[in-house]
Each structure stands twice: as C-alpha cells, then as structure tokens.
Design a protein around this ligand. Structure first.
Ligand code: F6P
Length: 453
C-alpha cells in the first residue's frame, strides 16, 4: 500500500558538517500512521519536502528513514507556499473550521485564484509521483485537506489503483462551502464524492454528503466515518522519560498543592484559547473560593507563524492571559502559566498533573488531546470538552460538555469540574480511559484499505 500525506513521518535538518539528521514529523496524522507503517516492507509513504532542509535532503539523496519507506516530493518554494500557506491553511482550513471573518475575508481576487492553481499543481504532482511508484492494483490511502484533488488526478493517470481519501479536519455545511468560488467547490466535491472518503465522525461525513448534494446535485454514497485514538504504549513511553519526570517536578514546585486546569494545544485559531482564559477569568470573578487555589497551565505550541492571522492570534492570546494575571495575580500566585516553548515533555507532565483538562475548540476534526490527556493523567482529571470537537461523539458520557462560544457556560463547567466529588471523578476517568483505548489505529487503517476502490 501507499500512504500519501502532505506532512511526512520525518523532517530533515542540515547540520553544520553538511550531514542530514531526521526528526519525527509533527501532528496527529503522523503519530497515528508512523507506528503502523514502521518495519513494513509492503508500505510506502509519499509526502512533501517541507522547507529548505527537506528539499536539500531530497536533492542530496539523503532521505533515509530506518524502518520506513519514505519518498519526499519537492516543489518550487513559491508554488508550495501558495498551496500550503494560502490555499490549504488560510482558505480550506478556515472554511472547514468556520473561521472566516466574512465581512473582510476571503477575497477571491487574482492572487487567490493563483493560489488555487498552485493547489491543483501540487496535487497533480503528488498524483504523478504515486502513479510512478504504484504497482498494478495497489491500494493508495490519501490523507487530509492539502491533497483533496489527488484522488481525481490519480484516477485519470491510473484507473487500476484502489484509492481512498481521509479528511482529518471537520467538514463544513453547504452555506459555508459556498463561500468558495463555484469551480473550486465543484472540483473539491467531485474529487471526494467519486472516491471512498472518510471523516472522523458521522457528523463531518454527513456535512460532506450535504455539500455534495448541494454543489453537485448528487449523492456521495461512498462517504464514511471511521476514527482512531492515541497509542497508549507511545504515551506510556513519553511519560516514562527523565525529561517528563523533571518537568513534572518543576511544575509541582511552581504551582504547589493548588488545583490545576490544563490545556495543551497548537497556537491555532480553531482551538479557542482566548475564550478559555476568559472563562477562567469569569470563574475567578463569580466563584471567589477558587482564587489562589487554582492555576491554569496552558502548554502552547506555536504553529504556522508564517501566516499573519496566526501571529496576531498568538499576540491576542498572550495579551488576554496577561490581563487575567494582572487582575487576579498575587505575589505568591500566577493564575495563568502560559508556556509557548513547544516542549513535549512539559505538556506530558502538565496533563499528568491536571485536575481538569480543558479542550474547547470552536470546531475540530477529532482532537487527540481529549483522549491523550485522560490516558496520561494520574489524578482522575475531569475533561471539559467542546461539543464541536470530533472526540465529543465518543467521550460525551464521560466529560463535561462545553459550548465553545459561551464563556459563562464554560466558566460554570470549569467550576463543576473543580468541585466534582472524588467518586464521580473516578467513574468518569475510568470511562474516559476505556473510550480512549477503544479505537486502535490499526483498525482505522484496515478500514481505509477495505474501503479503497
Ligand atoms: O488536524 C489535522 C492535521 O493534519 C493534524 O494532523 C495536524 O496536527 C494539523 O492538522 C496541522 O498540520 P500541519 O502542521 O501539517 O499543517
């Protein structure tokens, strides 16, 4: 089989001595797929070379990844920027997550149409790379929003292949999709409707079916829902490292015996970080009993900083946290501890130490933190989870529901979580952990293979 994703399982760095070192790629797609494809001679992974060092590694023939058969496809940097930064991240990502600020964006001017042409060109180049590599009748599993046209282009080149596509983001409804120019909406829907297309939840699958009916006037009958949870062994290994133990120790000395609300996220507009801090602010105002007794630890991982909206978002989030700290902080107590150092062991330690885990995205395809947190946690942490996260479908009975735009409701959910009796916390925690273990990623992969045609 061939797995195809934009971000690959490794990224390369050129060292001062000219040699290349490989680092594991970031993100949920990679963490689900990498363990399943390691040491499998029959599996190939095709991904994009992201950045100058990856491109140099390709040019030097240095893309060697022990245990994985990886091929990286290189693009002209400007073409790739238009495909990834502009069309994938500023247009499709915003559209599917409902993030457009419609009075001012998007503007589909000539520059934007050029970005769509770049998106098509990169998808076509991926299709050609797959067509060259694939043996007769091989299964091809295409991943995510950056590669939605690959199935259509590939079918033209190689009708013998068995193809499926899986979208890791949410999908929007027809009115939101109609913001895209008609030829773009049409081409995206056609490619996915003509291919077995998977989504993390039935809700996103149904949203796509409705879009296909509205845009194409026909049914997308091979659309399906399938999903996966985190790898518990991977998490246990992360938690057993000396770095995680040191981080936990450092956190304990910083917050003492106070209760602890934790979030761990990319600095990403869909994650709703600011409203989480505003909810904490309202909690401290309306429930004074929690002042100086709770610390909100936010482990944030800066992302997509080449995009102005992401840089502005980070500034906004930091400003809100600073205001809350200035309002309530004392010499002994910093209400919000915000850490943007992108440090995985510290995130692991914070999730272990949490009494409450807040996951309140405005919309999210799945959200693995909602499952990783309870598996790592050692204190029966209560999960406050947005009903707009794909993971809510699985975890709803075992968490406290959050309405992501209702700051007051979120504040009350945080209060209920902090005040919950130990016996109820324990019951919820058992349920969360069982649910998080109930979806091994290999079942999901088998489903994608079986659906491909
Ligand atoms: O949510 C879908 C996803 O592809 C995740 O796997 C990943 O963490 C995220 O989007 C960001 O991906 P990237 O940094 O490659 O744009």
């Amino acid at each position: 089989m061939i797995v195809v994703s934009h971000r690959g399982p490794v990224s390369f760095r050129r060292e001062p001595d000219g040699q290349f070192t490989a680092r594991r790629g970031a993100g949920g797609v990679v963490s689900a797929l990498a363990p399943l494809l390691t040491d499998r001679a029959d599996a190939h992974w095709i991904a994009a070379a992201i950045g100058d060092d990856d491109r140099a590694a390709v040019a030097a023939g240095a893309v060697s990844t022990p245990g994985l058969n990886v091929e990286l496809v290189s693009f002209d940097p400007e073409l790739h920027r238009l495909h990834y930064d502009v069309m994938s991240n500023r247009i499709l990502w915003f559209c599917f997550h409902g993030l457009f600020n419609l009075p001012s964006a998007p503007n589909f001017d000539r520059a934007m149409h050029a970005a769509w042409d770049a998106y098509r060109a990169v998808n076509q180049a991926f299709a050609e790379a797959i067509a060259t590599r694939a043996s007769a009748g091989e299964v091809v599993l295409v991943q995510d929003l950056q590669l939605m046209l690959v199935p259509a282009f590939l079918r033209e080149l190689r009708p013998d292949l068995a193809i499926s596509h899986f979208t890791h983001t949410p999908f929007c409804g027809p009115m939101e999709l109609r913001v895209l120019p008609d030829p773009i909406a049409d081409e995206l829907c056609s490619s996915l409707a003509d291919t077995p297309s998977g989504f993390h939840t039935e809700r996103w699958a149904e949203a796509f079916r409705r879009c296909a009916r509205d845009v194409l006037g026909r049914d997308a009958s091979s659309t399906f829902a399938a999903s996966f949870g985190p790898d518990p062994e991977d998490l246990a290994a992360a938690s057993a490292t000396p770095e995680a133990a040191e981080s936990l120790h450092a956190l304990e000395s910083q917050i003492g015996d106070r209760r602890c609300i934790v979030r761990a996220d990319r600095v990403e507009l869909s994650k709703n970080i600011g409203r989480g801090f505003l909810a904490f602010d309202e909690l401290l105002e309306t429930h004074p009993e929690w002042r100086d007794r709770v610390t909100f630890v936010a482990m944030l991982n800066p992302s997509r900083e080449s995009i102005v909206e992401y840089r502005n978002y980070r500034t906004d989030v930091e400003a809100i946290a600073a205001r809350v700290n200035a309002r309530w902080g004392t010499a002994e107590w910093q209400p919000i501890v915000l850490d943007t150092r992108d440090n995985f062991p510290r995130s692991v330690a914070a999730l272990e130490r949490a009494d409450v885990i807040l996951v309140n995205p405005v919309r999210d395809g799945l959200n693995l933190v909602a499952m990783e947190g309870p598996l790592l946690n050692e204190r029966d942490a209560v999960l406050c989870l947005s009903r707009e996260a794909g993971a809510f479908e699985l975890l709803r009975e075992h968490c406290l529901e959050v309405h992501p735009f209702d700051v007051s409701q979120t504040a009350e959910a945080l209060h209920a979580a902090l005040a919950m009796a130990p016996a109820e916390r324990a019951v919820k925690s058992v349920g969360l952990q069982a649910a998080a273990r109930s979806r091994p990623a290999d079942n999901w992969l088998i489903e994608l293979v079986n659906r491909a045609r």
